[in-house]
Design a protein around this ligand. Sequence first.
Ligand SMILES: C[S@@+](CC[C@H](N)C(=O)[O-])C[C@H]1O[C@@H](n2cnc3c(N)ncnc32)[C@H](O)[C@@H]1O
Length: 228
Amino acid sequence: MGVSLPAPPEAREIFGDALPAAERYVQFLAEAGVERGLLGPREVDRLWDRHLINCAVLAEVVPDRASVVDIGSGAGLPGIVLAIVRPDLSITLLEPLLRRTTFLTECVTMLDLPNVTVRRGRAEEVGREFSVDVVTARAVAPLDRLARWALPLLRPGGELLALKGERAAAELKEAGPVLDGFGIRTAELLQVGHGKVDPPTTIVRVVAERAPQRAAASKRSKRRKGLK
Ligand SMILES: C[S@@+](CC[C@H](N)C(=O)[O-])C[C@H]1O[C@@H](n2cnc3c(N)ncnc32)[C@H](O)[C@@H]1O
């Protein structure tokens, strides 16, 4: 017999008509996800609040019909959750490990998510393939490294939305030199999910200024010419 994981009332509010898909995903994570070592057994009891709802509230700040790359999706967090709750988005799940991309592909088929593509690869190696509106990531790398990977995947004006925990402000400060090097437009902390998840989810939002390769090249060229 499978584990019983009834959806809490907030999940009903957040997922609405998509709740049955979210319930199937939770069940798959609790069974196949744990069996295949993608999720620790101790996470099962907190799948709804710590994982599904924590990721779903990110949808509050993703623009309509955005193209999204989710770096380091793992078992599909936040990418699969976003795809369930926001069918208007086109989402690429970027993940280097075969075991995980296999799991993700099974999720996409099982949940019938036509808005999702699974791409096996490392973020730092696929920059030329993407020019998307939004890059998301949770628990993948400290912000300075994540910014180096994410900013080359964004179009000018595109946004990195990184789900972060208690160290969000410290990571933002530490990433300052990297962000300055890319010539970003803004970098800020946001909180989403008030009244739905406790504590609310903290997000670092970084808005890209222009094509990062060009920004870096122009800086190098100015340095060669002795300009500031
Ligand atoms: C701790 S897991 C987090 C998974 C998921 N985002 C979550 O919140 O449950 C980190 C994931 O990042 C992936 N990863 C590590 N290095 C990466 C890279 N260079 N590019 C893309 N993904 C990477 C790992 O394979 C792993 O699936």
